[in-house]
Design a protein around this ligand. Sequence first.
Ligand code: GLY
Length: 578
Amino acid sequence: MREKFHHLSRRCVMGMVGGVMLLVSTMAYSAAILEGERMSPVQGKEGMVVTSHFLATQSAQDVLKNGGNAIDAAVTAAFSLAVTQPRSGNIGGGGFMLISSEQNDEVVAIDYREKAPIKATVDMFLDKEGNADSQLSRYSHLAAGVPGTVAGLALALEKYGTISLKEAMAPAIKLAEEGFVVTPRFSDGLKQKEKMLAKWTSSAKIFYKPDGSFYEPGELFVQKDLAATLRRISEKGAKEFYEGQTAELLVAEMAKHGGLITMEDMKNYSPTMREPVHGTYRGHDIYSMSSPSSGGVHVVQILNILEGYPVSEYGHNSAQTIHLMAEAMKRAYADRSFYLGDEDFVKVPLKGLISKDYAAKIREGIDAKKATPSSTIVPGKPEPYESNETTHFSIIDKFGNAVSNTYTINFSYGSGIVVEGAGFLLNNEMDDFSAKPGVPNAYGLIGGEANKIEPNKRMLSSMSPTIVKNQGKNFLVTGSPGGSRIITTTLQVIMNVIDHGLNIQSAVAAPRIHHQWLPDELRIEEGLSGDTIKILQEKGHQVKQKTSMGAIQSIMVKDGIMYGGADPRRSTALAAGL
Ligand code: GLY
């Protein structure tokens, strides 16, 4: 069966055409479950690509096949996703990329998060009564931060890649110019968001037919404006996006609709090399994203707290394991609300937050039998200073490089606004700032002074691209979309592998839980047993089953074999090995 599954998956790669591929992949997946086996990950010896869209996986896989490295493949995947998955793949947003090189024994991070425009002000989203206006921070031209994706990808390629930007962008340009076959997920997404997208003529003409009707599965979707934009960038370099015709189109869009981004903002944008957060968990090295993301800090902090408990003995998704995870999560998210912001503007007590001593102190306050109500939890005292739609992909090559990349335009389809004539969607990342201290953002996350709006500042993120190393070797490459749930989704895949010994496909597919301090609810996916839920309720948890969380595209390496786990929560996701 394992072989049959593998064989089917490879056939998917070869003959991928929209719905057909989906059907075959789903059949293979359910067959694996029905026959009572553990879910089998896809295998590779010379490389592995896992993305949320099979066409992006295929483009990146071709790069590896032709001798490119993981960074070349990552840049190709990112531009391909910008075409095939406009709800989150993007050139109008930003993100973070972690790159691990076994050869140089280093893990580096590229921060290409969006920045607030120069004209941004602390109270720009407050109405006359001083209340936060979420319409402005989410669905207007003011919602957009200065995009970082193009500069970030170009920097990655220039520093660590082996192919030219032109080569890396060629598959994306072809997909935009010649079109691709619409999948059910693509069609459904645009139907669901018609109200948000179709109110802008620039967006309506890209995503809906001239008579306003929908693109249906099996039809061809062509994006001429986007193709032209990508071609300009590929020929003239990232500078074109920031200083050329594309920048002019973006700035004209802003000027026409009261947005703030100017040519000066575009010209001044630059991505930044950051040191990733580094922690350890049961003998493994954890590398994840540092400020302006809160992701890495809190993945490591929660792991530190849980390291003090015999989690594997308690068992995977047992009530006791979930109870302790929820208690650790609550305390980390309380800290997030107070301490985290862009470290170029505020001092983040990083060392304190990720120290084992601080974790031990937090453990002292956790009752192993009873849930602590969130109302009694306040941000802790570490040692003093020294969206829901986002998309993640993981890639490993035969040269010992691993790339973990998460990028986003924040919501599904960002602000919903396409830049007229340029064919791409603008992010609504400004909503990730705290518009008003204490008022939750779209993910229910509370922020404080550290994450207030300031010109040129990067808004706080939860994105957690992560690479786990074992004795100097790349072991696990993972990360997820999901707004506030990104941190806990990533955490659980790490624990599922390290504590519970699940293979990567099972680790990715297993039901997940989430607690973010406020609201005081233990959110779960379907799949937990009734008696587990009952025990958690008896411990005092407010258990709420809601829709699925995250889409974690992951790779694990064991004994020289690369195993890919695509998240079944995204019907278009695909892992493909070499
Ligand atoms: N926009 C979601 C995040 O960056 O966390």
